[in-house]
Write a protein that binds this ligand. Structure first.
Ligand code: AMP
Length: 295
C-alpha cells in the first residue's frame, strides 16, 4: 500500500506510521526524520535546511523533493510506503503525483488525522524521542519512569529521552500557523482525487490505530499483511528448492532440452555423442572406433 498521513504537528502521524510499519512491513518515509538526520550528519542538505527547521518554517520545496525522490528510489519502497510529513505544500503534492505516475505507483489512500489545536499543543509539549532508536513517546500518556524502564532495541540500555529543539512554545505556534496556511489546502487537493479519508485522531493510540485501520479498509490491510507474510515465507529458490518447486513434467522437458543443447555444442566442437546409452558418453571424432569397422 502507498499511503500518505496528513495532519498538523502533534497529530500522531509519526506514532501511527510506526505502528503501520510493524503491521504491514512497508517503510515509513518521514521527511522530518530525513531532514533531522541530514542536519545531524552535517550534510549540505542539512546545512541548508537547519535554519528553516529551527524557526518552524518549511524547508524549500526543491530540497525536500530531491530528498524524497531519492528515498522513494530505494528498493524497500517497491512494495509500498507510508509518507509522514510529506507532502506539505501544493507544489509538493503535485510533484509527488507526477513522480508516482512516472513510477506507475499511484497512491492508495491519504488519511487526515484531525486533532484540535489545544490538544496538539499539549501533545507536542509532552513529546520525547529516544536519542538512540528514535521511538516517540509522550509524557502525558506514559510516565517517564515507565518509558525509561523499557530497553532501547538499538543500545540494549534504557531509552534516552530527548526533546526536539523545535518542540518549544514559540516554534510550535509558527509550525501550526504554517500548517494552516500551506498544508491544510492539501485536504481539498486529495478529496478532489477521491483519495481522502478523515479520522478523529484524539483519544489513545490504540483507538486511533483502530480508526486508521477502518479508514484504510480492512480488506486492503489484510491484502497488504498477506503480501508481507508471503514475502517472508517465499523460499530463496536456488538449487534443490527451485528443482522441488518445478512440476515433474517441466523438469523432464528441461532435462531433455539441456541434453539436446549439450549434444549440439559437443557436435560443433568435434565430439561425437553417444545417445544410446543411459548416460551420454562422448568420444573424440575418429577415436574409440575399432579399426576397419565402418560406422
Ligand atoms: P516534522 O518532524 O514532520 O514535524 O518536521 C520537522 C520540520 O522539518 C518542519 O517544521 C519543517 O521545517 C521541516 N519539514 C519536514 N517535512 C517537510 C516538508 N515536507 N516540507 C518542508 N519542510 C519540511
Amino acid at each position: 500500500m502507498r499511503i500518505v498521513l496528513l495532519g498538523a504537528p502533534g497529530s500522531g502521524k509519526g506514532t501511527q506510521s510506526q505502528r503501520l510499519v510493524e503491521r504491514l512491513g512497508i517503510p515509513q518515509v518521514s521527511s522530518g526524520d530525513l531532514l533531522r538526520a541530514a542536519v545531524a550528519r552535517g550534510t549540505e542538505l542539512g546545512r541548508r535546511a537547519k535554519e528553516a527547521m529551527d524557526g518552524g518554517r518549511l524547508v524549500d520545496d526543491s530540497l525536500v523533493l530531491q530528498m524524497i525522490r531519492e528515498r522513494l528510489g530505494e528498493g524497500d519502497t517497491r512494495r509500498g510506503f507510508i509518507l509522514d510529513g510529506f507532502p506539505r505544500t501544493l507544489a509538493q503534492a503535485e510533484a509527488l503525483e507526477r513522480l508516482l505516475r512516472d513510477l506507475t505507483q499511484p497512491l492508495d489512500a491519504v488519511v487526515q488525522l484531525e486533532v484540535d489545536a489545544a490538544e496538539l499543543v499539549r501533545r507536542i509539549s509532552g513529546r520525547r524521542c529516544c536519542a538512540d532508536c528514535g521511538r516517540v513517546f509522550n509524557l502525558f500518556t506514559s510516565p517517564r519512569t515507565a518509558i525509561e524502564s523499557e530497553l532501547c532495541p538499538k543500545t540494549g540500555a534504557p531509552h534516552r529521552l530527548t526533546q526536539r529543539p523545535d518542540d518549544n512554545e514559540v516554534t510550535v505556534a509558527e509550525r501550526l500557523r504554517v500548517y494552516e496556511e500551506k498544508t491544510r489546502p492539501l485536504i481539498d487537493f486529495y478529496r478532489a482525487r477521491g483519495l481522502l479519508r478523515v479520522i478523529d485522531a484524539t483519544g489513545n493510540v490504540e483507538e486511533v490505530s483502530r480508526r486508521l485501520s477502518q479508514a484504510l479498509g480492512a480488506p486492503a490491510l489484510r491484502a497488504a499483511r498477506a503480501a508481507k507474510s508471503a514475502t517472508r515465507r517465499a523460499p530463496h529458490r536456488t538449487g534443490a528448492r527451485r528443482k522441488a518447486a518445478q512440476p515433474k513434467s517441466a523438469r523432464r522437458r528441461a532435462k531433455s532440452a539441456a541434453g539436446r543443447a549439450a549434444r549440439r555444442g559437443k557436435a560443433r566442437a568435434g565430439l561425437r555423442v553417444n545417445t544410446r546409452g543411459k548416460s551420454p558418453r562422448t568420444t573424440r571424432a575418429g577415436q574409440g572406433r575399432p579399426k576397419g569397422k565402418p560406422r
